[in-house]
Design a protein around this ligand. Structure first.
Ligand SMILES: [Zn+2]
Length: 96
């Protein structure tokens, strides 16, 4: 299983990524963006880590940019982005 980075840079600032056994004392929560901690939480051992991470990243961007997006838009955008990234070869255009 591929490990998530411990932190990423979003809009020039560090965003922490923490993989934890339980999020918010709720076994069913797979991921959560917590703006006050500048942290994306991901539940440990889930198979859908890529989808959940992208979803929380979109939540993070929405929050930081003060975008008006309801949760359906966040879900659709992150799921389609995941599908496009996953199923296409971009030939290294995203590499540093
Ligand atoms: Zn959400």
């Amino acid at each position: 299983m591929t490990e998530l980075p411990k932190e990423i840079i979003v809009l020039g600032k560090v965003v922490h990524i923490k993989v934890v056994p339980v999020i918010n004392k709720d076994e069913t929560t797979l991921g959560e963006w917590v703006g006050t901690e500048n942290t994306i939480y991901i539940k440990q051992g889930i198979p859908s880590v890529g989808e959940v991470f992208l979803h929380e990243l979109v939540e993070c961007i929405k929050d930081k940019c003060d975008l008006q997006m309801n949760h359906t838009i966040i879900c659709v955008l992150s799921e389609v982005l995941y599908q496009v990234i996953k199923t296409n070869d971009f030939g290294g255009i995203f590499s540093c």
